[in-house]
Design a protein around this ligand. Structure first.
Ligand code: COS
Length: 409
């Protein structure tokens, strides 16, 4: 059971607010209505980073400690899900730019919540929006875009990570149904998702042209979730392996035509990589800010360490890399807004932002010295959380492959 919104106190900076309160901040307002989704309302839609930052900052204190085991605290997740409504439903001309800014700000507070939203929005909602029929959108998109339900993306298999074409999960047509058998692993949101965009082989002899996509209710008999993965970082983002045993999926749940699955998966990942780039920048910004603030406080040799050029140069490199990463990410997002193909630009953004976030988090730990190695401070969490951004939704090596393929065509 997810906690009802009315039970969740919201803390904005020093002000503690119960459900029912309205906060007006600048030209934006945030209304917390008991029993109803929380909306961020701005003059031109989502992407108002200062407010998002305030809102999502509240997820941070508990983020490193939230687990998905026996004792589950879903409050930060529930609150965060609600914030995706304006991102998905308010279609502004800069929807993807706003989305990237929102994911960055959310991830600055909590990278786990950032990826939960990124997977739901980019990997689940986006293919439904692009390839779904009107009937599919009504049932499988609306409640997921409204924050009432959560989606996941079933592409990865034990032998099909980087080599996504190596799908072994099969879907065999029987009348008006397909029977699905196989395994997916590392499924972000898997333990808690209500539906999955699932990739299967409908014809093993056809390679990438034999892959077909479906949208599947996770409550379908034969959809068998395994225990949640235990991970180095993003500990509040649940993931798991899923087995499919003779799972029956109606033909009406097929997304696109038979054989279109690989293109759906690849074009979806083009968008997903913008979300992960934004997540990486958010983690990096949090690590940078903590290091900068700590450097002003911590003294060695009678002066704050911020007065040592060794520290100043580290801080200068950190912010320069993060701002470069943001520009690459916003360029990819803006290209997606224009409707143009953005595979190369998304890969560049994801590659650079994820590697920059890791360099920044590493330096942030170094600036903190021994305290950077302690679980008492958030910088240790940012260091762990940053690592995955170089791996999921395509490793750095895969991004280099996509970029070089585009160069050499
Ligand atoms: N958009 C639309 N179509 C695309 C595409 C994209 N971004 N990328 C590839 N395609 C199409 C190609 O145009 C080609 O179509 P045709 O056969 O009609 O020409 C087809 O898909 C096959 O493309 P390609 O031959 O490049 O596929 P490969 O098997 O060589 O795979 C890589 C390419 C490595 C780039 C792909 O497997 C990949 O991205 N892997 C990483 C997957 C990943 O990110 N996994 C992480 C887990 S998901 S959370």
């Amino acid at each position: 059971m997810r906690a009802p919104i009315s039970d969740l106190p919201l803390v904005l900076d020093d002000v503690s607010l119960q459900a029912g309160a309205t906060v007006i901040l600048s030209r934006l307002s945030l209304t917390i209505t008991p029993g109803a989704p929380t909306l961020i309302v701005g003059p031109n839609g989502a992407g108002k980073t200062s407010l998002l930052r305030l809102c999502m900052g509240l997820a941070a204190p508990s983020a490193g400690r939230v687990t998905w085991g026996g004792r589950t605290d879903r409050a930060p997740l529930r609150r965060a899900i609600l914030f995706q409504r304006p991102v998905m439903l308010r279609r502004t001309t800069a929807a993807n730019v706003a989305y990237a800014l929102a994911i960055e700000e959310i991830s600055r507070g909590c990278a786990s919540v950032g990826v939960t939203l990124s997977v739901n929005n980019s990997l689940y909602c986006d293919p439904l929006l692009k390839y779904g029929t009107d009937a599919q959108k009504e049932r499988w998109l609306k409640p997921f875009a409204a924050g009432e339900k959560l989606g996941c993306f079933g592409l990865t298999e034990p032998q099909a990570g980087s080599d996504a074409a190596e799908q072994r999960t099969t879907a065999v047509r029987r009348g008006d149904k397909y029977v699905v058998n196989g395994t997916k692993n590392w499924i972000t949101n898997g333990p808690v998702a209500d539906a999955m965009v699932l990739f299967t082989m409908t014809d093993l002899s056809k390679g990438t042209k034999g892959i077909t996509a479906f949208v599947v209710d996770t409550g379908t008999p034969g959809f068998l979730r395994q225990k949640s993965d235990e991970k180095l970082g993003i500990c509040a983002s649940p993931s798991c392996t899923i087995f499919f045993e003779n799972m029956e999926v109606p033909v009406a749940n097929r997304l696109g035509q038979e054989g279109e699955g690989f293109k759906i998966a690849m074009s979806t990942l083009d968008g997903g990589r913008i979300g992960i780039a934004a997540q990486a920048i958010g983690i990096g910004m949090a690590a940078f800010e903590e290091a900068r603030d700590y450097a002003k406080l911590r003294k060695t040799f009678d002066v704050p360490i911020a007065q040592h050029q060794a520290i100043q140069f580290m801080l200068a490199d950190m912010i320069t890399e993060l701002e470069a990463a943001r520009l690459l990410t916003l360029r990819a997002a803006s290209l997606k807004d224009s409707g143009a193909r953005h595979s190369r630009e998304s890969s560049m953004a994801k590659l650079y932002a994820s590697e920059a976030a890791n360099r920044v988090a590493d330096k942030a730990v170094q600036i903190h010295g021994g305290m950077g190695y302690s679980k008492e401070l958030d910088v240790e969490r940012h260091f762990r959380d940053a690592r995955i951004t170089e791996i999921y939704e395509g490793t750095s090596e895969i991004q280099r492959l996509v970029i070089s393929n585009a160069l050499l065509k």
